[in-house]
Design a protein around this ligand. Structure first.
Ligand code: GDP
Ligand code: CA
Length: 340
């Protein structure tokens, strides 16, 4: 990194892990804990492979988690959906016996999906719809200092193959949301299918956000179904190889487990060791065709630093638990320092 503090910062985010990290990053920029330019612009490129059409509505869980979290509209206990939510629509749909009944469609949240769906049906791309929704959530507090972009405007969906004795093939394929919400990721994911990913193109502004950045951050998001899908959009990996900005990531695995979520199941499904160094190796060093220049592991994983450096990735061990904004800001500051 140049010695001037970074002004353009791009974060490749999933839902909860990414959103919490960005919240701490913005807090750190405001308080001066994080050595960024005072007028820094943070661009979030969010995963959209979790998206699902449900009851005729287009739902974008990761975009909404980032938007609601950074716009102070999130339910802080659940970590997803709107605060002070009610569930009448969901209950009424269930009373009709309409499937799926497992999807958490809150009344307040439905308004977001109605706006999104109507705009999509009127012909606006998801990126334009996202900008419109962010006028309510992000602009009042963050002004031009925060932008949210979907990774792609194209339809991409993660599907999961699981064992099914009743099917002739012994398997069935379900939407990622069904695997996660209905099954609580409680059965092995035998395979992951990223429908539409190889034919997708980056949404407007995504490639530039990477190639013109001063710093790119891979937050502690799910390496397979959040960051992995972003990296799978043709053109995004290439932009990461091309950018002059350093690329630094933070491990979502502490010890041998994810802090919350289902990163363990997803890593196991693709045959990657569930450890901070396992994920680092999966991303790879940018100098060797991968995506990382630097990688932060939790203090408890300090013994993995040497192994990661052998992969050609600078590494440091610091506390990586996002317990509050200050702790998360300290993680962001360490990320900046590592690749300075
Ligand atoms: P999702 O889309 O809601 O699953 O959210 P992300 O993909 O952005 O992030 C989920 C991942 O964040 C989980 O798999 C965890 O491994 C990771 N995570 C959550 N909280 C923490 C934390 O406090 N510290 C670290 N290091 N990782 C965390
Ligand atoms: Ca997600």
């Amino acid at each position: 990194m140049q010695n001037t503090p970074p002004r353009s910062i791009t974060v490749l985010s999933g839902g909860m892990g990414g959103a919490k990290f960005i919240q701490g990053l913005l807090h750190g920029i405001r308080t001066g804990q994080v050595p960024a330019a005072a007028d820094a612009v943070v661009t979030v490129v969010a995963n959209t492979a979790d998206d699902i059409w449900v009851h005729g509505l287009k739902v974008s869980p990761d975009l909404d988690t980032v938007m609601y979290t950074l716009g102070e509209g999130i339910d802080p206990d659940r970590g997803w959906g709107r605060r002070e939510e009610t569930w009448s629509v969901k209950e009424e749909l269930a009373a009709y016996g309409v499937e799926p009944t497992w999807f958490g469609l809150g009344d307040r949240d439905v308004a977001t999906h109605l706006v999104r769906t109507q705009m999509l049906e009127a012909g606006y791309p998801l990126s334009a719809v996202t900008t419109a929704l962010c006028q309510r959530w992000l602009t009042p507090t963050h002004g031009d200092g925060l932008r949210l972009l979907p990774m792609t405007d194209d339809r991409v969906e993660t599907h999961v193959a699981i064992a099914d004795e009743e099917s002739p093939s012994g398997r069935k394929v379900i939407h990622f949301q069904e695997y996660w919400i209905k099954l609580r990721a409680s059965v092995p994911a035998e395979a992951l299918v990223f429908v539409g990913l190889d034919r997708s193109t980056p949404a407007p502004g995504v490639v530039e956000a990477i190639t013109e950045a001063d710093l790119v951050i891979v937050p502690p998001s799910n390496p397979v179904v959040s960051v992995g899908t972003i990296l799978g959009v043709p053109g995004i990996r290439e932009a990461l190889l091309e950018t002059t900005a350093p690329v630094v990531g933070l491990s979502p695995i502490v010890g041998t487990s994810h802090v919350r979520g289902m990163a363990e199941q997803m890593l196991t499904s693709i045959g990657v060791e569930v450890s901070a160094s396992g994920v680092a190796g999966h991303y790879g060093a940018r100098s060797r065709g991968g995506v990382l220049d630097g990688w932060l592991v939790d203090a408890r994983d300090a013994d993995q630093v040497a192994r990661i450096e052998e992969l050609g990735i600078k590494a440091v061990a610091v506390p990586l638990m996002m317990t509050d904004h200050d702790a998360t800001a300290a993680m962001a500051a360490s990320a900046f320092e590592l690749v300075r």
